[in-house]
Design a protein around this ligand. Structure first.
Ligand code: SF4
Length: 362
């Protein structure tokens, strides 16, 4: 790993890990007025500057001071692949040398015009949660991403969307590598950057954070007054079945009873419903009894269900539910008044689909 230091040997501050207020304070510490911090913010997050030399409206002397006191971290694009359905997957190298993946998912109207451009960002390298059906879980946890490293994935894909489709991103989902709520502060800071007028200027309601269901953090989201959407990866409707495929459910602090309390707290505090993500695994969680139990879970709080057609990962031993069983499952849910959508994953020919993101790490 390459680490930049000052002449006195202390590490240079990474400006991309800072938010708006931090940059204003940093400029102040360098003897500059707060508006210099705002100028820095625009260069870093609005224009994607990677060098102080680019910042032509800053005085030369300030730029020289900055070069001696700070650095600008950036993602390095290693590869970019595009699937036959136009889903694009970028592999980025971090300063640590580790790699992450980011996916741009275009959705086209019948005329072939892109109506929705969604980026799926990673929040960690690897993941500690160890879900038994997930390629990322197999890697184990390696590191948290900084707010800048999360933001830069969306910034890059926004530029790619503009280049390919003539318009920027419409949606962001935190469904790539990692458990976002285990990198809580950086994820929330990256969302502040994405929604800032001088950042990507995205509406908060266009952003969805997907969690494995960490009860304490779900409560914190409500208490912190967050405004983005919350999705909970449920994947099984009983403790026995969920614990079998999701180790997180085995602890009392994060089992279904704790999750129910946290979700009820969240929906009552925020006035917003949630989405349950439910990946369909043949013979594991797709029986008619499972559908009835899932409908019981939906009754906990205002919510809807997104059924995901699983993309088998070699060696993990799970397979996708067939169409007939899927239809029986949906019928039971709809009969109980549940709002159901089905997501058929995209980008399968480049392993960009849900649960398929995993990178060989050194
Ligand atoms: S499904 Fe999500 S939470 Fe589970 S191991 Fe994979 S990345 Fe982690």
């Amino acid at each position: 790993m390459e680490t930049s230091t000052t002449q006195s040997g202390t590490a240079l501050a990474d400006l991309k890990a800072m938010g708006r207020a931090d940059l204003e304070a940093f400029a102040g510490r360098l003897g500059q007025p707060a508006y210099r911090g705002r100028q820095l913010f625009k260069w870093l997050f609005g224009k994607g500057a990677t060098s102080f030399d680019d910042m032509t409206d800053l005085p030369r002397a300030f730029r020289e001071t900055l070069a001696g006191a700070a650095r600008i971290s950036s993602l390095e694009l290693a590869t970019l692949q595009t699937a036959s359905d136009q889903t694009a997957k970028a592999l980025f190298t971090l300063e640590s040398g580790r790699q992450i993946e980011t996916v741009l998912i275009p959705d086209f109207d019948p005329m072939g015009k892109a109506r929705r451009l969604t980026v799926c960002v990673s929040s960690q390298v690897g993941c500690a949660m160890g879900c038994s059906f997930c390629a990322t879980g197999l890697m184990g946890f390696r590191q948290n991403l900084t707010a800048g490293e999360i933001y830069d994935q969306a910034f890059y894909m926004n530029a790619l969307a503009e280049e390919r489709y003539g318009r920027g991103l419409t949606n962001v989902v935190f469904m790539g590598m990692g458990e976002p709520l285990l990198n809580y502060d950086n994820v929330l800071q990256s969302i502040d950057l994405m929604t800032d007028d001088d950042g990507l200027d995205l509406a908060t309601r266009r952003i969805t954070v997907s969690t494995v269901g960490l009860a304490r953090r779900i409560r914190q989201l409500a208490d912190d007054g967050t405004r983005f959407n919350l999705a909970v990866s449920l994947h099984a409707p009983t403790d026995a079945k969920r614990s079998a495929i999701m180790p997180v459910n085995r602890a009392a602090a994060t089992d279904l009873t704790a999750l129910k309390d946290a979700i009820q707290h969240y929906t009552s505090q925020t006035g917003r419903g949630i989405t349950y993500e439910y990946c369909m695994f043949q013979g594991v969680n797709d029986t008619e009894e499972d559908a009835r139990r899932l409908a019981d879970v939906v009754e906990w709080a205002p919510s809807k269900v997104n059924l995901i057609m699983y993309n088998p990962v070699e060696g993990l031993g799970f397979s996708r539910t067939g169409e007939a069983q899927l239809n029986r499952f949906i019928k039971i849910l709809v009969g109980r008044g549940v709002t159901v959508t089905v997501r058929r994953s995209r980008g399968q020919d480049i392993d960009a689909a849900c649960g398929q993101l995993a990178v060989q790490q050194g």
